[in-house]
Write a protein that binds this ligand. Structure first.
Ligand SMILES: Nc1ncnc2c1ncn2[C@@H]1O[C@H](COP(=O)(O)OP(=O)(O)OP(=O)(O)O)[C@@H](O)[C@H]1O
Ligand SMILES: [Mg+2]
Length: 401
């Protein structure tokens, strides 16, 4: 049998050393999540050899349990696994019951059970009640629960009830929940050509981020800058050298507990914009930002700084320091529309070598589906970009639209 991948090894070590009650593997497809869980589950059952205990395998349907779990399990054990009348298999002298857990009442099948462990496949395909029932059925001393899953929308119970509680400990200090994140690249045993073809055939943007990087847990509707595509919109500092820039300007978002941020944008002779610098920091006073702005002014000249108007005293301070600070137009929806439009037409690019926080925010800046406003999180660098773009292009917009 092949060795574990480094990521699988990490999961393995955690299972043995930290012994979390509930262990999750979430992330990309074909990443090796189920494979390592099958091994761990078998090892776990082997610990109770010939004790006639009950274990649970949960999947969306019996067919998917066969496809995703039992086939690999047969290969590992080197023997055929046949379900009996009760949909159970015999493993190391114990009974492993296979439950399809999609329906609201699927949990009833697990009722009245005492199990010494469970392996739940594709957690997001299972019903909330079923997962909770299975966990509460795993009451035998030393029982463990393994859940693998692909990412889904961020409100999904697998995320809110388990993954978000990664690291949770019980009163006695024992680790209760541990979650691991997988990307496609974690499976070093996949054929290179196969990986390449998956990447090539996966739609860019959200699909790639979920299926290849296993990222996000963000609803398709959720991301604000949906058209942002890292393959299209990032440019290297090297490639930027050949861009003919006609002017520069900056955006400023004040922040202390949240990140404060100053971005520098360039405009080229084709009407394209480039985020050429990002400065983002937490817990910095105004003196710090004055220094950042002065340094920018030293390098780019006396450019406009479009500033968040929430802290007029900071704007005044900038002016006193001879920084050309202007009040930004902070219209949220119109500003987002403008920035999103530029992404859509690929007229806004970001110098990947010079940004850091942007790379996180762009995927985590989401709509609040209830209010229709963006959630005020992961917005610090994006806000400064929005202030700069929207205010800077306003005279232009008045002329052309
Ligand atoms: N350590 C390993 N050695 C050999 N083969 C492996 C190893 N890990 C995974 N594989 C194989 O790689 C393939 C993908 O692994 P696995 O099914 O565990 O991925 P997954 O993350 O569960 O994917 P999905 O989200 O699509 O269910 C499988 O064919 C599996 O047998
Ligand atoms: Mg799997």
């Amino acid at each position: 049998m092949a060795d574990l991948t480094p990521k699988q090894r990490e999961v393995w070590d955690c299972f043995i050393k930290e012994q979390p009650k509930i262990l999750l593997a979430s992330g990309a497809k074909r990443a090796g999540k189920t494979f390592v869980f099958i091994l761990l589950f078998l090892m776990h059952i082997a610990k109770y050899e010939k004790q006639g205990l009950s274990f649970i395998i949960g999947g969306s349907t019996q067919a998917s349990i066969r496809r995703n779990i039992l086939n690999d399990m047969e290969e590992i054990l080197g023997k055929e696994l046949k379900l009996d009348k009760t949909n159970a298999i015999n493993v190391f002298g114990n009974k492993v019951y296979c439950f399809d857990g999609t329906n609201a009442d699927a949990w009833k099948k697990a009722r009245g059970f005492t199990a010494a462990g469970a392996l739940l496949n594709e957690g997001t395909a299972l019903h909330d009640m079923f997962v909770k029932e299975v966990i509460s059925r795993c009451s035998y001393p030393g029982a463990r629960v393994l859940i693998d899953t692909n990412p889904e929308n961020p409100a999904h119970f697998v995320k809110t009830d388990y993954i978000d509680k990664d690291g949770q400990r019980l009163a006695n200090g024992k680790l209760n929940i541990k979650a691991f994140h997988f990307t496609l690249f974690d499976n070093i045993y996949l054929d290179e050509e196969y990986v390449e073809s998956i990447i090539a055939s996966t739609p860019t943007g959200m699909f790639t981020d979920r299926d290849i990087y296993g990222l996000l847990w963000v609803a398709a509707e959720g991301v604000v800058y949906k058209d942002f595509n890292k393959d299209k919109h990032y440019i290297s500092a090297k490639d930027l050298e050949s861009v003919k820039m006609v002017r520069y300007f900056a955006g400023v978002d004040w922040g202390y507990e949240h990140h404060g941020s100053i971005v520098v944008l360039g405009e080229d002779d084709q009407g394209g914009f480039f985020v050429v610098e990002e400065h983002a920091a937490q817990h910095e006073e105004i003196d710090y930002w004055v220094e950042v702005a002065k340094d920018i002014k030293r390098r780019y000249g006396n450019i406009n700084f479009y500033c968040d108007t929430a802290r007029p005293e900071h704007v005044i301070r900038f002016r006193r320091e001879r920084i050309r600070a202007l009040n930004a137009d902070k219209k949220v929806l119109a500003g987002i529309e403008e920035v999103a439009r530029l992404f859509k037409s690929s007229k806004l690019k970001v110098v990947s070598d010079n940004v850091d926080r942007f790379k996180k925010e762009i995927y985590q800046y989401v709509w609040n589906e209830k209010t229709g406003e963006p959630v005020k999180q992961w917005d610090d660098v994006l806000d400064s970009i929005r202030y700069a773009i929207y205010t800077h292009t306003k005279p232009q917009r008045r002329k052309t639209r």
